[in-house]
Design a protein around this ligand. Sequence first.
Ligand SMILES: [Zn+2]
Length: 235
Amino acid sequence: MEPWFDTHVHLDAYPAEERGALLRRAADAGVGAVLSVGDAVGPAVDGVRVYRAAGLHPLRSDEYAGTGTLASLATGPSVVAIGETGFDRAGPPLKVQARVFEGHCAVAAKLGLALILHIDEEWERIRGFLEAVGSLRVVRHYFTGPEEQADWHAEHGHYLSLGKPLLRMPHLKEVAVSYPADRLLVETDSYPLAGRTTEPRDTGAIGEAVASAREWSMEHCREQLWTNSLRAFGL
Ligand SMILES: [Zn+2]
C-alpha cells in the first residue's frame, strides 16, 4: 500500500533535537512524506521524505522583503511550494497582507511551484484578492470553511487539504464526500502547542476518515491521496 503524505507540518516550530523522533514516529505510522512549511529540512529518517514550502505566514506580513528575497528562499533544496500565504484576521491590515499575497503568487507562478493558501478571515472581505492565484496549483490548507467555499475551490481546480477537524465537524464529512476525488489531500498542521498532541503520525487517522466518508477501501484511499499529493506538488 502507498504511504500517507502529511501535506502541512511546521517542523521549524519543534526543537531541532525533537524532529528526528517526530519523523520516526510518523514513519512507524505509515507516513512516507511530509511537507514542512519553513526552513527546516529535517533530519534524514528512513522512509520519510521531507519537502519544503518557502514563504511568509500572513501574520508575519510586516517582515516581507519583496519577491527577490522570497524567490531566493524558494530556490533552496526540496522546495516544492510557496507559502503558507493568504489572509488572517489577526494579522496586519488587509491591504498589507494582500500585497504580500500577490508577491507570493507572482513567485509561485515564476518558479512553477504550488501555492499553499491560509485563510482565517471573512471570505467576503478577501474574496476579490484571491483572484491573484490565477491558474496556479493551489492547496487550500486545513480547510474548515463552509461548503460554498469548497465549491469555489473545486470550480477553480484547487486542492483541498483536510486535517483533524474532519473527525469532529460533520459538515467537513460532506465536503470530503463531494469534493473532486483527485483534488483531496490530508494534513496534520502539526506544531507544538500546550495541550495539543497532534503530530504527523496522526495523518492516517484523517485518511481513514476520508476513506470511511467516501466508502473507499483503505488501499484505494492511500493510493488516491498519495497520488494527489505528488501531483499537487509537482513531484
Ligand atoms: Zn501552517
